[in-house]
Design a protein around this ligand. Structure first.
Ligand SMILES: Nc1nc2c(ncn2[C@@H]2O[C@H](COP(=O)(O)OP(=O)(O)O)[C@@H](O)[C@H]2O)c(=O)[nH]1
Ligand SMILES: *[C@@H]1O[C@H](CO)[C@@H](O)[C@H](O)[C@H]1NC(C)=O
Ligand SMILES: *[C@@H]1O[C@H](CO)[C@@H](O)[C@H](O)[C@H]1NC(C)=O
Ligand SMILES: [Mg+2]
Length: 364
């Protein structure tokens, strides 16, 4: 047993002990002062590069009823987490718009927790009904099966891909969870948002009377839509009153044919009155009856695009050239991103004009 006997301790040891106590005390004093024991993370460098008045600190007062919306599979959890991470970093941690996730089967607890863990915003999960996800009774199952057995283009043999395109074309905006929304911003798993966004694009669209916003416009694989244009022409013949006076058809039609230009709908920001309009509903019903979602592989991108070009004027459509973006296969980097310092991409590598239809947008 060690006995502590101060009276017998030499003055040399006393000095050493005193010095040790001072050093330890000073260490704790300095530590609590400079690095702080609080668990709060420092502001990311990204924020500090910007003049403080440039980046809004809180949501605009005039916000609109809007949400970030995605149809998504449970198996896309990892990709969706990547997307949310980007959306939160670039935009939504300030604006706090809610997320709505839709699925043809119930979301797993793992999916729900996995996405909720990344945001303070409200998150809702919805399931689809049989009308919006499936084969309508006028579709010839045998004919469809033949297509599923023989189609030789990407996703041509996937039944669920067809359901997905039909849902995004004519049902997503009808889901009860979207009932009160004025705008949606569609998101998808595995995408990147390259640039910090210092304003609210929903409010921008509202204040500038925009109905449809896009950021990329590539060309369509025409083998997936052999009769879409013919069917659309038949629609215009039956409903000439639906076609706008100063429409945008010139963007999509060259020499009387559809040129395949389409807004890449995995990103789109839309005033949902557009999809809820009589014009759009009549168009979707007309296409759905014609069967091309099943016998061909009509995508929601050419469908939305042809609707936009028939029913809207150019000034109602906004090109979000500042929302740098990547979805597997291609992306674009805003041309001013070198000077703005707000993007993490190279405009020389991913130039917006790499896509022919982007060029066409400027000349129509
Ligand atoms: N719930 C559900 N979502 C799907 C299904 N197929 C595709 N999706 C979703 O629909 C969106 C588009 O599908 P994706 O595979 O990315 O198609 P791509 O972008 O055309 O390659 C993604 O958000 C997918 O998660 C499906 O069968 N069920
Ligand atoms: C959406 O569009 C409709 C129809 O043009 C318009 O009346 C409405 O004000 C727009 N909503 C917003 C929030 O801008
Ligand atoms: C489109 O319609 C025209 C006239 O109705 C027809 O001659 C042509 O073959 C059709 N094209 C396709 C691809 O169905
Ligand atoms: Mg995708």
């Amino acid at each position: 047993m060690i006995k502590f006997a101060p009276r017998r301790m030499s003055s040399f040891i006393q000095v050493i002990l005193l010095a040790l106590i001072c050093i330890i005390g000073l260490h704790f004093f300095l530590k609590s002062d400079s690095t702080s024991v609080s668990v709060k993370a420092p502001e990311p460098a990204e924020f500090k590069q910007q003049p403080s008045e440039e980046r809004p600190k809180e949501p605009a007062k005039n916000r609109v009823k809007a949400a970030l919306v995605s149809l998504v599979r449970n198996t896309d959890l990892h990709g969706m987490r990547q997307t949310i991470r980007e959306i939160e970093d670039r935009f939504n941690r300030v604006y706090k718009y809610p997320y709505i996730f839709l699925n043809d089967v119930p979301f797993t607890d793992e999916f729900k927790k996995g996405v909720k863990d990344l945001t303070d915003s409200e998150v809702s999960f919805g399931i689809l009904d049989d009308e919006s996800w499936g084969t309508p009774d006028w579709i010839d199952e045998k004919k469809l099966q033949h297509v599923l057995d023989t189609a030789d283009y990407i996703n041509g043999r996937s039944r669920s891909y067809k359901y997905m395109c039909r849902f995004q074309s004519g049902y997503i905006y009808k889901h009860p969870l979207l009932k009160d929304l004025e705008f949606y911003w569609r998101i998808e798993p595995d995408v990147k948002y390259y640039c910090q966004l210092d304003y609210d694009p929903f409010v921008y669209m509202k204040e500038n009377n925009k109905m449809y916003g896009f950021n990329m416009a590539p060309n369509e694989y025409m083998v997936t839509i052999p009769t879409l244009w013919n069917t659309t022409k038949a629609f215009m013949k039956e409903y000439p009153q639906h076609v706008a006076k100063n429409n945008l058809l010139e963007f999509a039609v060259e020499n009387g044919d559809y040129n395949g230009c389409h807004f890449w709908t995995n990103f789109e920001i839309v005033n949902l009155s557009f999809y809820r309009s009589k014009q759009y509903e009549d168009y979707f019903k007309f296409l759905d009856r014609a069967g091309g979602f099943f016998y061909e592989r009509w995508g929601d991108a050419p469908v939305h695009t042809l609707a936009v070009t028939m029913f809207l004027r150019k000034d109602q459509v906004h090109y979000f050239g500042d929302i740098g973006y990547y979805h597997p296969a291609m992306g674009f980097c805003p041309k001013n991103s070198k000077s703005s310092g707000k993007c993490v991409c190279d405009p020389d590598k991913e130039n917006e004009f790499n896509y022919g239809c982007r060029r066409r947008w400027d000349i129509v």
